[in-house]
Design a protein around this ligand. Sequence first.
Ligand SMILES: Cc1cc2nc3c(=O)[nH]c(=O)nc-3n(C[C@H](O)[C@H](O)[C@H](O)COP(=O)(O)OP(=O)(O)OC[C@H]3O[C@@H](n4cnc5c(N)ncnc54)[C@H](O)[C@@H]3O)c2cc1C
Length: 377
Amino acid sequence: MFREAYRKFLEAEITPNVERWRQQGIVDREAFEKAGEQGFLMIWPDEQYGGLGDKDFRFEQIIIEETQRAGCGEWFNTLHSRLVGPYLEHFGSDDQKQRWLPDCVSGKKVLAIAMTEPDAGSDLAGMRSSLNVEGDHYVLNGSKTYISNAINADLVIVAAKSDSEDHSHSMTLCVVERGMDGFERGRNLDKMGLKAQDTAELFFNNVVIPKENILGEPGRGFFYLMQGLAEERLIAMVMAAANARRGFNITREFAMERKVFGKPLSHMQNTQFKLAEMDAELDILQVYVDHCVSEHNEGRLTVNMAAKGKLQATELEWRMMDLGVQLHGGAGYMQEYAICSMFTDARINRILAGSSEIMKLIIGRDIFTDNYSSILD
Ligand SMILES: Cc1cc2nc3c(=O)[nH]c(=O)nc-3n(C[C@H](O)[C@H](O)[C@H](O)COP(=O)(O)OP(=O)(O)OC[C@H]3O[C@@H](n4cnc5c(N)ncnc54)[C@H](O)[C@@H]3O)c2cc1C
């Protein structure tokens, strides 16, 4: 029932706008409010904050799958709902939750998270932004780049270095609010794909951060981010698996319609073999993704499991998009065919939320330790 209701919501409120959002380079803010009104944004917060209080990740899985299925993935509602929002829940005080969560659930306030800097992406410990105590408040300086929802965001969770002996890992998370003095947004960046998503630089010049805007314990930010990354990678794998399946379906339909040398492309053994390999890989991937979702619901999703799923899902998604374009022929290079933008949109997924190389580092470093275990153990 939830899937059906969300599908109808997408058909009515989101799908008709996607092309216009691509042209303007940003999603209308109202999209978040409309989703909020109908209960599709941030489902998990307790009822006192306006949510349903249901933390079952399968609700978000349905939202991600249906958003991808409908070709609306550029409306990154899950970034708001399940990637950034949980930081407020897990590390926010009661006062902070009361202050921010209700407006995030209703979509009045849009969320973003800012970790990456021009010189620090994969290596977060190398960031230079600073957040230091001055009297009864903190002062934030530095800049961030490639931040999703950066233009639309009202609340940005910013990670910055704080004073400490262990300077490389001493990070603090703070919430920067729209309108704070010294907080500025750069231009909306011109990307290869995901044209409807606003991605921008953020600048912080002596921004006064009241102590009430510090999230969790000062200096623990790096560990908080590491905790959040397993769920971020789960989101990435659910998204990539659903999007790859959409690429498969679109390509399958095209191959049945398109005639080459007097018969449908689908009659060629190459088409059947290539799509057979994909079909098998996609089904097997989906079983692992569902397994990770249920492990996450039980609190058992490890960083290693999430890294394996993220690596496999995004690499397979990429191979599917490449095959899709190939089987479409020249049409696959034309924007009027969905597979064309799916190809460019998917390219970032092997880099975002930890690149494939970083996933291999995480998986690889466990293989030769006493902690090593496989799914059969
Ligand atoms: C569209 C888009 C949206 C984004 N949204 C956000 C956001 O909302 N918030 C945010 O904070 N960030 C965001 N990012 C940033 C993203 O998380 C980073 O781009 C990503 O973490 C990679 O960092 P980098 O770009 O600095 O690349 P680098 O870290 O410089 O990596 C360059 C290459 O080096 C490889 N590499 C790095 N370290 C190693 C290693 N130890 N061993 C082997 N190879 C290695 C990488 O895999 C990659 O191939 C976004 C980026 C894009 C493009």
